[in-house]
Design a protein around this ligand. Structure first.
Ligand code: APR
Length: 239
């Protein structure tokens, strides 16, 4: 692709949908029978920690039975082959981008989880994060400090997404911003398209249907991520 060197990709739940992981806003706004605000806020955790911990234990267990799909694999091949800068900012808390193989630039990962990760636990006593594949409902001890103060390492509504400075720096340098499988309902991610435009990047949406911010994109293609993303990666790599 001509004149494109630096790419920022934003992914959302639609990228993992064909791996069998539910999106948030399909099916009437219920998420595994819970309203998102009943399980995904600090207030919900304070009010009913067992409900929240059980809910995330279930999700953590479920994602480990799922496999990356053709969209994750295509983005991983872009990560391997793209000669310029590439940052995959994901709102997803699953690890399917990494398992597809998109992870290692020279020293650092090119996948950035702005909303946290299911496979991390965050200790509220010592502030350390630990890799976590099991459950949290029984209040296990933090491997770092021994306190039983672990919570899911998930950015809940009302909390600040991670690594915003890095994201904005990458958006500032981007020649192309691509949004994949996200409804454009949740800020600040939903605003990245406008930030990218202001910084002078071209913008492309790949989503099953027009997102809430679809009119902000220079181009929008609608269909299944497994098809659209694979075709776009072939195009951008000129194969
Ligand atoms: N291919 C492409 N897009 C798809 C597919 C698919 N197979 N299936 C669904 N989609 C699209 C839907 O049309 C929808 O626009 O993916 C989008 C998913 O939207 P949401 O469920 O709102 O997910 P997302 O945008 O990632 O949510 C953002 O909301 O609750 C929070 O923190 C949570 O990170 C999440 C954030």
């Amino acid at each position: 692709m001509k004149d494109i060197r630096n790419i920022v990709i934003l992914t959302g739940a639609g990228v993992s949908a064909e791996s069998g992981i539910d999106t948030f806003r399909g099916g009437g706004g219920l998420w595994e029978q819970h309203r998102v605000e009943d399980v995904a806020t600090p207030e919900a955790f304070a009010r009913d920690p067992d409900l929240v911990l059980r809910f995330y234990d279930m999700r953590r267990e479920a994602i480990q039975t799922k496999a990356p799909n053709a969209a994750h694999l295509a983005l991983a091949s872009l990560d391997r082959e793209w000669p310029g800068e590439l940052l995959i900012v994901t709102q997803n808390v699953d690890d399917l981008h990494e398992r597809a193989g998109a992870q290692i630039g020279l020293n650092e990962t090119r996948v950035l989880h702005m909303h946290g990760e299911h496979l991390n636990a965050w200790c509220m006593a010592c502030d350390e994060r630990s890799r976590w594949t099991g459950s949290l409902i029984d209040r296990p001890a933090c491997p770092e400090c021994g306190e039983a103060a672990l919570r899911p390492d998930i950015v809940w509504f009302g909390e600040m997404p991670y690594r915003m400075d890095e994201i904005f720096e990458a958006l500032e340098r981007a020649d192309l911003f691509v949004s994949i499988g996200t409804s454009g309902a949740v800020y600040p991610a939903a605003g990245f398209v406008r930030n990218a435009r202001e910084f002078g990047a071209q913008t492309l949406e790949l989503n099953l249907e027009p997102s809430q911010g679809t009119h902000w994109f220079d181009e929008a293609r609608h269909g299944a991520a497994t098809e659209l993303v694979a075709a776009w990666v072939d195009e951008v790599l000129d194969r």
